[in-house]
Design a protein around this ligand. Structure first.
Ligand code: ATP
Ligand code: MG
Length: 252
């Protein structure tokens, strides 16, 4: 299908097409379609733009990656088809390692994703050599590379599952999540949650890293509240009166 760039939802439709092609090419697991659909819905609620609390989180993420001794970017199928080039650019900007790490692990899919990252200029991609484990996760989901995620102090996990995010936190790692859903378990468990589309978030982190983002304290809970408030504001009709996003107190 060819989508004319003049189509009002061109970017979104292109992403949908890339994910669908990714399934056909065996790069994206079929459940990746569902994850993408959920992401699209939340992106709609953000006006398909980077809201200001997300930009702040991107800056905080850049500072943590630049100051890390061993930062790692974990790449899955959806991230690879949507943002391979941005992954490689971010790895370059922050001196991070790239590791393919899949929820539905298959050697063939890992190989294809490694190939895609290499096509976009990656010199070394970890993931085939899964010789270490994330404690507390069942066999397949807990596999990782001893040179990558296992020894990382900071891990960037775009579109992660809640369980794995919690397991990485339990290993005392700083976990930076990119997740359009501010309510997900991943968003709640991460050290820094970026409520933005991975296609906007990764280039933004790289930009902040190159500008030299300074390390400052980070309140992730407050950031998530701001993201939810921004969604509420976008949902409000223009003729509705301004009001507190959570009348009677914030949700627990
Ligand atoms: P959790 O396991 O964290 O509770 P979940 O089970 O609801 O969340 P998963 O399928 O594990 O969700 O992960 C997919 C997540 O990725 C969803 O929250 C979805 O909103 C988000 N997502 C999908 N596409 C994108 C994208 N392009 N950019 C950022 N986030 C995305
Ligand atoms: Mg999940």
């Amino acid at each position: 299908m060819s989508i004319p760039p003049s189509h009002p939802r061109y970017q979104s439709l292109r992403m949908r097409e890339k994910i669908a092609e990714g399934v056909t090419r065996g790069i994206v697991h079929p459940t990746g379609l569902i994850a993408h659909g959920r992401g699209e819905a939340y992106d709609y609620l953000l006006g398909e733009q980077t809201i200001s609390p997300a930009a702040k989180a991107e800056r905080a993420a850049a500072a943590r990656m630049v100051n890390a001794s061993h930062p790692v970017i974990s790449v899955n199928g959806n991230t690879a088809v949507l943002a391979s080039e941005a992954c490689v650019e971010l790895a370059d900007a922050t001196n991070a390692a790239l590791e393919v790490n899949l929820f539905h692990r298959s050697e063939e899919r890992i190989q294809k994703i490694v190939g895609l990252l290499e096509e976009h200029g990656a010199s070394q991609v970890l993931g085939m050599d899964a010789d270490a484990r994330i404690p507390g996760l069942d066999h397949d989901r807990g596999q990782c590379s001893s040179e990558g995620i296992a020894r990382a102090d900071v891990v960037l996990v775009p579109l992660e599952d809640g369980d794995r995010c919690q397991a990485l936190r339990a290993m005392d790692k700083t976990v930076i999540a990119v997740d359009l859903n501010p309510l997900s378990r991943t968003a709640q468990a991460a050290s820094v949650t970026i409520v933005d589309n991975v296609v906007r978030a990764l280039p933004a982190i790289a930009r902040y890293a190159r500008q030299g983002a300074a390390m400052e304290p980070w309140d992730n809970h407050a950031c998530l509240q701001e993201c939810r408030a921004a969604m509420c504001r976008l949902l409000r009709l223009s003729d509705e009166p301004e009001e507190e996003p959570y009348p009677g107190g914030q949700p627990g």
